[in-house]
Design a protein around this ligand. Structure first.
Ligand SMILES: [Zn+2]
Ligand SMILES: [Zn+2]
Ligand SMILES: [Zn+2]
Length: 316
């Protein structure tokens, strides 16, 4: 099977098929929102599953290759929503690779906007699993001892952060300041409007949300989900851009699938094949066949889907 760096695979997939032509109503919204909204973008900071690629303790061909050549690496799942001109930048999720991901947005942030050490404006959390919130620990006393970085999360997630170690220490020391959000209730941050939506996902300790990001386009980000629901399928269909769970290609690639269920890409592409939305798969596990330049990857791309990679920029 051929080997092909992710950067090369990126070019392989950029066919121009996915250019979105603005509708009249989108143009109208754009004018109403003012000029700066034109510069809003998303950067994929990590396209890997929680532990990324290489995966912890794994020496499969995909992980071995990623250790040798960082072009094949996928960091923990996170995106930046930013406007370079305005100098603001929000992360969705704080992955274990948070320190590397901050380096990936240095050119977009305006440090004088904040008095803290971390130059981003805030972090929006999806849920309490390792890959999505453990990066917060970098903000504590042992690392940067940050001051009041805004962390947006649901009430249940907020309770967990206030209650459980090590996050409770970050709250007590005011390294982070929790801002509670509610599913289906829109909120605005520096001109970005977000709607959190509830997501079915192994919610043993808190709950899980995805985010609809409203700019001149409508973007939905759902990195982690157990199974697609009618509501979420409808949200994907009505979005311009969807960046969604592509953890596994098929159910049989992992023996403990039932413990960590995700909708396999093989089934998702059948479900969403006729949808007009630009769909990107992210949260990609090291076992996923699309990490190789083989028939599975070709199947995904030939049907008009994209595969996210670290550093990818998407206009929103
Ligand atoms: Zn995850
Ligand atoms: Zn591996
Ligand atoms: Zn999860």
């Amino acid at each position: 099977m051929g080997v092909c760096p992710i950067r090369y695979l990126k070019d392989f997939s950029s066919s121009g098929l996915f250019l979105v032509i603005s509708t009249d109503s989108q143009e109208k919204d754009l004018k109403m929102e003012g000029d700066y909204i034109k510069n809003m973008k998303i950067k994929i900071l990590g396209s890997g599953q929680d532990a990324g690629i290489p995966h912890t303790g794994c020496y499969c061909d995909v992980c071995t290759r990623a250790r040798k050549d960082t072009n094949y690496r996928r960091l923990g799942p996170s995106i930046a929503v930013f406007d370079k001109k305005e100098g603001f930048c929000y992360f969705i999720d704080a992955s274990p690779d948070f320190k590397y991901q901050l380096d990936m947005v240095r050119e977009y942030v305006n440090i004088i906007r904040r008095k803290g050490i971390i130059p981003i404006s805030g972090i929006l959390l999806t849920h309490a699993h390792f890959g999505h919130c453990s990066g917060l620990w970098h903000l504590g006393l042992e690392v940067v001892d940050e001051k009041n970085l805004l962390v947006y999360c649901t009430q249940k997630m907020g309770e967990l952060l206030r209650r459980d170690h090590p996050f409770n220490l970050l709250v007590q020391r005011k390294n982070i300041k929790i801002k509670e959000i509610q599913p289906d209730k829109e909120f605005e941050l520096d001109g970005f409007r977000y709607v959190p939506i509830q997501v079915p996902h192994r919610n043993k300790v808190a709950d899980t949300v995805g985010y609809i990001i409203k700019s001149k386009k409508r973007t939905i980000y759902i990195p982690d989900i157990d199974h697609w629901t009618d509501r979420i399928i409808e949200e994907i269909k009505t979005a311009d851009i969807a960046i969604i769970d592509g953890t596994f290609y098929s159910k049989d690639e992992i023996s403990r699938f039932d413990d960590v269920p995700h909708p396999p890409i093989k089934e998702t592409i059948k479900l969403l094949e006729d949808v007009n939305t630009d769909i990107y798969f992210t949260h990609i596990n090291h076992t996923n066949a699309i990490n190789r330049n083989g028939k599975e990857r070709k199947n995904v791309e030939s049907k008009g889907f994209k595969i996210a990679h670290d550093g990818m920029i998407i206009d929103i």
